[in-house]
Design a protein around this ligand. Structure first.
Ligand SMILES: Cc1ncc(COP(=O)(O)O)c(C=O)c1O
Length: 409
């Protein structure tokens, strides 16, 4: 079903994809094939003929295109328009917060299925469709599974999601509503991932786990492309990113490099700040210890479900991007992230998800500690809608039959 009104989907636009490359060894593998990890067991990154793409994907060409993720098709891996599975992945707004003079939230809640997972899953499911996959499975903390179920339903592909039993309920029900089979596992996301991996090895389904599949990150990188374009082709001073598997942070870093190679931006980069919750901060620990990889975080616990990721296969890519950017990794206390989530909703009318609240708490702490200037242009990523999480009830009962003292209400 091709929407006729969106030129990004119906016009012939060549993808300049050339091959994929192991992020650790540089080994090349062919494009247009199904892939999980590289032969050496690390994430694969998609590479493009950026000089060729640059001739088509100019600032002027972009300015004339509809504002969705498919405007960047020259540097996305889907070749044929008919393979695109889309639910309307529009550009997300940058919203100024009063909490700081130059503080912006990139509000990813506005995407289909209420989270930025739509970006990555739209690409991954489109590629799965192009390459003939009929059944997809993934471990999920909720938002990715919600996106998977929607895009798989649209593509006519079977979807199976394995999530920790205490995953936010709205996401679990959304997955079922959108036709996926959902299993509540009495374990954390990496333990769900083990089950998915075992089934994939037996040939029961294709493993769509983040970074164990190379195309999700290509969707996530559109956050970086969009950010540059929205800010007039200038990047902010600092980006606060709620980091679980790190796909978005790695993807944006990749996007910045590709944009520079294409002459769309210069060499200025934001400092990338990987934000985690104190109850699950493997990347922060590895950053502080100057390690290349992160050890598994035992007994991971936080209400910010999307960043409750005890182990990330792309740990070294997150750490590299953070270090190269001159940024840092920071853990915020659970009370601080919940308080900032509540305060932002109450005072600014923006209902962040707890992961987004963590970035606001991290910004405050970074300013207080002198790591970031209060006036610096900072972008916080709110990666999902606060409506997907259980909200505290602060209502009071009112008896319609009793005497209501209106003055006291
Ligand atoms: C709301 C939210 N924020 C942040 C993240 C972490 O994203 P990433 O895997 O890119 O680190 C997730 C992932 O599930 C999420 O759902």
């Amino acid at each position: 079903m091709t929407p006729l009104w969106n030129a990004n989907l119906v016009e012939t636009r060549d993808s300049f994809v050339t091959h994929l490359e192991c992020a650790m060894t540089g080994e090349r593998v062919p494009a247009d094939r199904l892939h999980n990890l590289s032969p050496a067991g690390f994430p694969l990154l998609v590479r493009y003929d950026l000089a060729g793409a640059a001739r088509r994907l100019t600032r002027e060409a972009l300015a004339a295109r509809p504002q969705d993720i498919w405007r960047y098709r020259e540097i996305l891996p889907v070749r044929r328009g008919e393979d695109i599975v889309s639910l309307g992945e529009g550009r997300t707004p940058l919203i100024a917060l009063e909490a700081g003079p130059n503080l912006l939230v990139k509000d990813e809640a506005r995407l289909p299925t209420g989270s930025f997972k739509a970006r990555g899953i739209a690409l991954a499911v489109s590629m799965a469709k192009a390459l003939g996959v009929t059944r997809l499975a993934m471990p999920t903390n909720g938002n990715a599974g919600a996106a998977l179920s929607a895009y798989a339903a649209r593509a006519g592909i079977e979807a199976i999601a394995f999530c920790p039993a205490d995953t936010p309920e709205t996401n679990i029900r959304e997955m079922s509503a959108q036709g996926a089979r959902v299993y509540r596992v009495n374990g954390l996301i990496d333990e769900c991932g083990r089950i998915v991996g075992e089934g994939a090895r037996e040939g029961r389904w294709f493993d769509l786990s983040t970074l164990k599949e190379p195309y999700r990150i290509e969707g996530k990188k559109t956050m970086g492309l969009e950010l540059a374009e929205q800010l007039g082709w200038a990047l902010p001073d600092v980006v606060f990113y709620p980091t679980g598997g790190g796909t978005g942070l790695i993807g944006m870093w990749k996007a910045f490099g590709e944009m520079e190679a294409m002459g769309l931006i210069g060499s200025q980069r934001p400092r990338m700040v990987a934000v985690q919750a104190a109850g699950c901060a493997p990347i922060v620990k590895a950053f502080d210890e100057r390690a290349e990889h992160a050890a598994r975080w035992e007994d991971a616990a936080t209400r910010a479900a999307g960043i409750r990721v005890p182990r990330a296969i792309g740990d070294f890519l997150i750490l590299r991007a953070v270090r190269e950017s001159g940024g840092f990794a920071m853990a915020v206390a659970e009370e601080a992230l919940l308080e900032d989530t509540a305060r932002c909703a109450r005072e600014e009318g923006l209902l962040l998800c707890p992961e987004g609240g963590a970035t606001l708490a991290a910004w405050r702490e970074a300013v207080a500690r002198g790591l970031v200037g209060r006036d610096e242009r900072a972008v916080l990523f709110n990666c999902a809608s606060g409506l997907k999480y259980e909200l505290p009830d602060r209502s009071e009962p009112l008896d319609k039959a009793g005497r209501i003292d209106l003055a006291s209400l």
